[in-house]
Design a protein around this ligand. Structure first.
Ligand SMILES: [Zn+2]
Length: 197
């Protein structure tokens, strides 16, 4: 939990995640990369990382027969600490993403990949760092409106009492029906017995 621990974690990050990978060769070989890495090594996910949170990943490179034959199946999952959209308190969400990626060499090519396929534009050298691929996939999978699955914190419950009432969590008689209102019965008495006829 100390500062040194997190430095150690970064030092232990598998080197192959940061080595620029020859995508053509990886696809031809049908390379499979899988494992776990500390979330702390992903720069853009660091502020969502739990202490010692781990990213689990699996990448299958393959060569297809289409116009853009260089492809990969990318799977990631990690617990992330996000802000609850209801109560603004931290909420831990298991986040997972799965994409079919098509490697292309220009923005123009990227616009013409099949629907449902994520284009990844490679530089002239045709290389990519696995860590960038995994980080993009995880960021795409982050829910836009994360909320606590169970109840939010007590403070938040007070704030969202209106919602709780609608869903029937608060007894209607407590909220005040006219029959139970003492002033209503008082008014009825004042009117006298004859007026009701
Ligand atoms: Zn909440």
């Amino acid at each position: 939990m100390s500062k040194n621990d997190s430095q150690d974690e970064q030092a232990r990050a598998p080197g192959r995640l940061t080595i620029p990978l020859d995508v053509r060769a990886a696809c031809r070989e049908g390379l499979v990369e899988s494992g776990q890495a500390p979330l702390a090594v992903l720069p853009r996910c660091r502020d969502m990382a739990l202490p010692h949170g781990m990213l689990t990943y699996e990448v299958h490179f393959s060569e297809g027969a289409g116009v853009h034959p260089l492809q990969a199946e990318v799977q990631v999952s990690a617990p992330l600490s996000l802000e609850c959209a209801r109560c603004r308190e931290p909420v831990t969400c298991p986040v997972s993403g799965h994409s079919t990626v098509s490697f292309v060499f220009s923005d123009d090519q990227a616009e013409h990949v099949d629907s449902g396929v994520e284009p990844v534009v490679l530089g002239r050298e045709g290389r990519i760092r696995l860590i960038d691929l995994l980080e993009d996939e995880l960021l795409m999978a982050v829910p836009l409106m994360p909320v606590h699955e169970q109840a939010c914190s007590p403070l938040a419950e007070t704030l969202s009492a209106g919602q709780a009432y609608e869903s029937g969590q608060i007894d209607e008689s407590v909220a005040g029906k006219s029959e139970d209102n003492p002033f209503a019965s008082l008014a009825a008495l004042k009117k006298g017995p004859d007026e009701g006829k």
